[in-house]
Design a protein around this ligand. Structure first.
Ligand SMILES: Cc1cc2nc3c(=O)[nH]c(=O)nc-3n(C[C@H](O)[C@H](O)[C@H](O)COP(=O)(O)OP(=O)(O)OC[C@H]3O[C@@H](n4cnc5c(N)ncnc54)[C@H](O)[C@@H]3O)c2cc1C
Length: 497
């Protein structure tokens, strides 16, 4: 089968070689990167980033921002036309339904690498308040950024704005990059043909050692000392590197869309319903983003039903639907925890009803949800970042933030390696990255999976326990501060500390 596919793509390769279109630093061609089939003319790079999504581009920007890595010679492979021709964002159009809640930790790193100023030129929505409750009416928690001495809890940004900002950031950097508008087909590692003189293309490469040869579906090829798989949850790099994964499907789909209110929404809302959570996130102006998780049949029905019916269901789900509004009196006003609650202002905030949705202003999109974790992130000359290494339930909006964490950690580890003369494909160096990020990612995955499971069961005693958990989180200051800090991207776990 594989051989068949390769033979098929071999034909494409022969047909397409003369039409290849490279863009370096935004230019249409790069004579230094001929990429023809003869090995001596194939482009040679320090790093090939497979996947120019949000995480791959954040990694490139991070490399471009550091003195020790900004001279690396980098190829980015992705067939997304936005990478060559830019992302079209019209301010008069409603926000795209694909958005990400970015944490304060991500915001500060974006500022550090010079990408946040481009986000600020486009629509984005900071929020400093969040309310979480469930359908039983037994409890709620309100979070306020001030509880943890922060200005914001996060910022909701359209994915296309994140990508376009990273592209602008990279464009403005003095950084040697080549964009291959194609997709990875195969990798060849440790073959003698991949050992080349590092100056054979006239481009200095950092360190010596084996190169990996990457064959792309348009027939072009390139060599790189390090291949970074940033190619999403169905990662071809992961598959070709033989890296196994652990995980499961949640038997839940998420429906996402953009909706409009009569007034501006300034709070992030999340209500746990019997089939999964519904989130209403501010996205700027009078718009909000909906992420509604439910079983696949319900999700399909909600995707197909007419827009007015859907909005009726959304308002129902965010208000009295499935159960009453919670009251703050179930466990008193902090009761046994009163000695711990003194200094968080949100402990005395009352439950609020989210602003009514008046209109659906985008298509509804549906995504199956799963948890996936790569057993290894790194092997010789190959490393995985972002969704290629892990996917999580979107209930706390952490997925791409974990990916950004990988991107920044990997670029830092590479800089440290260069500082001491380590080969950038060296597995011991890449394993340092793996150890650091596995610890952070697995901890977050375990917490999110625990939440998903705890809120998927409708069982009397568990409902009471959940209510108690809401109540403790609402009233106990150190825990509340810990939760806010952890969700903001700080690595400390939300314990009493
Ligand atoms: C409903 C939903 C809501 C979410 N909300 C949030 C949120 O609020 N906050 C948050 O942090 N996260 C959120 N996430 C998760 C977030 O969207 C992902 O973690 C993020 O998109 C991963 O980015 P990535 O760059 O790793 O991968 P991707 O976005 O999947 O990008 C992969 C890139 O690789 C390219 N590619 C694929 N195969 C190849 C190949 N063979 N060769 C070359 N290129 C290739 C693709 O074209 C693509 O550009 C949500 C996810 C879902 C499903």
């Amino acid at each position: 089968m594989n051989r068949l596919i390769r033979r098929k793509f071999g034909e494409v390769y022969r047909l397409k070689v003369p039409q290849r279109n490279f863009c370096a630093n935004g230019a249409a061609t790069n004579s230094a990167q001929p990429g023809y089939s003869q090995d001596s003319k194939i482009g040679h790079y320090d790093i090939a980033i497979v996947g120019g999504g949000m995480v791959g581009m954040a990694f490139a920007c991070s490399l471009a921002s550091m003195p020790l890595t900004k001279d690396l010679n980098v190829a980015i492979i992705d067939s997304n036309p936005a990478l060559s021709s830019g992302v079209s964002i019209k301010k008069e159009e409603p926000p795209d339904p694909r958005v990400s809640t970015v944490t304060p930790a991500t915001i500060s790193i974006f500022k550090e690498i010079g990408a946040w100023k481009y986000i600020e030129q486009n629509r984005h929505a900071y929020f400093d308040k969040m309310q979480v409750w469930d359908y039983t009416g037994l409890g709620y928690t309100r979070y306020n950024a001030r509880d943890a001495n922060k200005e914001v809890l996060g910022c909701v940004v359209e994915n296309r704005v994140l990508l376009s900002s990273l592209l602008s950031c990279l464009q403005s950097a003095d950084f040697r990059k080549t964009i291959y508008p194609s997709r990875l087909l195969t990798l060849h590692r440790n073959s003698s043909s991949t050992k080349v003189d590092s100056h054979s293309s006239g481009l200095p490469l950092h360190g010596q050692g084996n190169l990996v040869k990457l064959d792309l579906i348009d027939g072009s090829s390139l060599h790189a000392k390090l291949v970074v798989g940033a190619d999403g949850s169905k990662s071809r790099v992961r598959e070709l590197a033989g890296i196994k994964t652990t995980g499961w499907n949640y038997s839940q789909n998420a429906i996402i869309c953009t909706v409009e209110h009569a007034v501006e929404n300034q709070c992030a809302w999340q209500r746990f319903l019997p089939a999964g959570p519904i989130a209403l996130l501010p996205v700027g102006d009078n718009f909000s983003n909906i992420v509604w998780t439910m079983n696949p049949k319900e999700a399909n029905d909600h995707k197909m039903m007419n827009g007015d019916e859907f909005i009726k269901d959304v308002n129902h789900a965010l208000d009295y639907g499935f159960g009453p509004h919670p009251k703050s009196s179930m466990f008193g006003d902090g009761g046994i925890f009163s000695w711990l609650k003194a200094d968080v202002t949100s402990a005395s905030e009352f439950f609020e009803i989210p602003p009514k949705v008046i209109r659906l202003v985008s298509d509804r999109m549906m995504f199956p949800l799963s948890l996936m974790h790569a057993n290894n992130y790194a092997s010789k000359n190959i490393v995985l970042i972002g969704d290629s290494a892990h996917t999580v339930h979107p209930l706390a909006g952490q997925g791409v933030n974990l990916g950004f964490g990988d991107a920044f950690a990997l670029s830092r580890v590479i800089a440290e390696g260069i500082a001491v003369g380590t080969d950038i494909g060296e597995v011991t160096m890449l394993k340092k990255f793996e150890v650091e990020r596995k610890t952070a990612n697995i901890a977050m995955m375990a917490i999110l999976d625990g939440f998903q499971k705890a809120y998927s069961v409708d069982f009397g005693p568990l409902n009471i326990l959940r209510a108690a958990a809401f109540h403790v989180a609402q009233h106990v200051s150190p825990l509340k501060r810990g939760i806010i800090s952890y969700a903001s991207g700080e690595q400390r776990l939300p314990l009493f500390s």
